[in-house]
Design a protein around this ligand. Structure first.
Ligand code: SAH
Ligand code: SF4
Ligand code: F3S
Length: 466
């Protein structure tokens, strides 16, 4: 995902007036936290006169914000770096300099290797040190190759500037807000505890201030982010212990904030107050991403998920009792080491039992440095591929059935952005589906009542009801 288009004046006198304008092209891979981070890095650079561009050839700085979760994700970075090396050479022959920076989880995990394998890279910066980016670039301009991957002792969020009003508005009426970073769960397949470090929660006041700023700039829906968002904890005004449920309560007090979501949550951290928030807060959307990864207790144990399928099913029953219209989403991994046909059948059975409105599924990818990489009994690629195909067919049929069941319903739709056809807008249903509807662009940011009239493969169609 690239950043928003730079709004640059083409007037020649402007170029003379602001010779310091430099352009940054940011390419974001991976999860929503990287999307949030890319915006924060762009904001940090704005202070030094950088504006975003979506034309890579125009960029003075190209930043790749990378993901290390699966092998394919990491490989993408090296092939992108190959292309960038050629572009850098071409631009140098035209007398223009282009800096290349690698940020994100690959930077954190393989910083030294990036510098070794990709000599064109000027800067490697890990997710915990983004607030040092402007300073690091100055060092690059002095001729250094910079590796900045130590965990910072200071709170980066306190040093990262919040976006200004105009920028926030340009980014739209929905926004991400990271409230928690890192993970202490150490699932045996996962790199996140190593790339993002241990669990840290941002303080309540910092989160509320950022949310208020977003809302003041016109944001209507905020999605709270964390690798383990429901492990968030903090202190309330009288120093009482707060969990995510209490934080959500506090955020609903912000006038004009119409919708709240959070992702990604771990089943072990769904506490009573968070479940009650689903019952009590009308702003909290009835949609929950609650991954289980496998339907086999044997595999869950080997993955170190530390709960059983029965506990997961019972938990979902409790959440649905609190919020009956709640739709579920999940993540699955097929072919974890030692997964037998029987284990995989258990996963299919679990999916049948739970029923997902949406889900993401992946072939297990061996990640260096994780305990899973050392396990014997790695599952052959062709077996993983066949299992993934079967699982995805089942999940897709559930997704389609969920969409079909929406037809005829009247729902609230948050109008987000122009649609593909003139006169059309795209909005989000409470269950995170894209919905196309005829509406005026002046209505962006409004929540309107619509009746669902049809369902396509990736989105719904609706008409406004008066
Ligand atoms: N914190 C979240 C997951 C974050 S990673 C949780 O605990 O559920 C996002 C998803 O990527 C995971 O849910 C998992 O399905 C997938 N994933 C992580 N590591 C993987 C690996 N080594 N191979 C394949 N998929 C993986
Ligand atoms: Fe990775 Fe999520 Fe497990 Fe943490 S809880 S180790 S982020 S899969
Ligand atoms: Fe990828 Fe890092 Fe997110 S590994 S999924 S970008 S936390």
């Amino acid at each position: 995902m690239t950043q928003e288009i730079a709004v640059l004046s083409t007037k020649p006198e402007m170029a003379v007036e602001s010779p310091a304008v430099r352009k940054v092209f940011v390419k974001t891979y991976g999860c929503q936290m990287n999307v949030y981070d890319s915006d924060r890095m762009t904001d940090a650079l704005a202070k030094d006169g950088y504006v975003s561009t979506d034309v890579i050839e125009d960029a003075d700085l190209v930043l790749l914000n990378t993901c290390h979760i699966r092998e394919k994700a990491a490989e993408k970075v090296y092939s992108a770096l190959g292309r960038l090396r050629d572009l850098k050479k071409k631009k140098a022959s035209e007398g223009r300099e282009m800096m290349i920076g690698v940020a994100g989880c690959v930077a954190q995990a393989e910083g030294d290797e990036i510098l070794r394998r990709a000599p064109a890279v000027d800067l490697v910066i890990g997710p915990q040190t983004y607030h040092r980016l402007p300073e690091a670039l100055k060092r690059v301009q002095r001729g250094e190759r910079v590796l900045e991957t130590d965990y910072a002792v200071e709170d980066k969020f306190e040093h990262l500037p919040a976006p200004d009003k105009a920028k926030t508005r340009a980014r739209g009426v929905t926004a991400f807000l990271t409230v928690q970073e890192g993970c202490d769960k150490f699932c045996t397949f996962c790199v996140v505890p190593y790339t993002r470090g241990s669990e840290v929660s941002r303080p309540v006041a910092q989160i509320v201030a950022e949310a208020q700023k977003l809302v003041d700039a016109g944001v209507r829906e905020i999605t709270l982010l964390g690798q383990n968002v429901n492990a968030w904890h903090g202190a309330g005004p009288d120093d009482e212990k707060w969990g995510l449920g209490e934080l959500l309560h506090r955020l609903t007090k912000i006038e004009g904030l119409a919708r709240l979501r959070y992702t990604t949550s771990h089943p072990r951290d769904m506490d009573d107050s968070l479940i009650a928030a689903h019952r009590d807060l009308k702003q909290l959307m009835p949609y929950l991403h609650l991954p289980i990864q496998s339907g086999s207790n044997r595999i869950l144990k080997a993955m170190n998920r530390r709960h059983t399928t029965a506990e997961y099913i019972a938990l979902i029953a409790r959440i649905k009792a609190a919020r009956p219209d709640l739709a579920l989403s999940g993540d699955f991994i097929v072919g974890f080491p030692g997964e037998t046909d029987e284990d995989f059948e258990d996963t299919l059975r679990l999916v049948e039992t739970v029923g997902y409105a949406q889900a993401f599924s992946f072939k297990y990818s061996t990640r260096p440095g994780t305990p899973g990489a050392d396990l014997e009994d790695q599952v052959p690629e062709d077996v993983k591929a066949k299992r993934l195909e079967r699982l995805q067919a089942l999940l897709l049929s559930q997704q389609n059935a969920f969409a079909q069941a929406c037809i005829g319903k009247t729902i609230d739709l948050l109008l987000e952005k122009p649609g593909r056809m003139p006169g059309q807008l795209i909005g989000r249903s409470p269950w995170l589906q894209s919905v196309n509807v005829d509406a005026k662009s002046s209505q962006i940011g409004d929540i309107v009542s619509v009746r669902i009239t049809g369902a396509g493969p990736n989105s719904l169609f609706a008409e406004v009801v008066s």
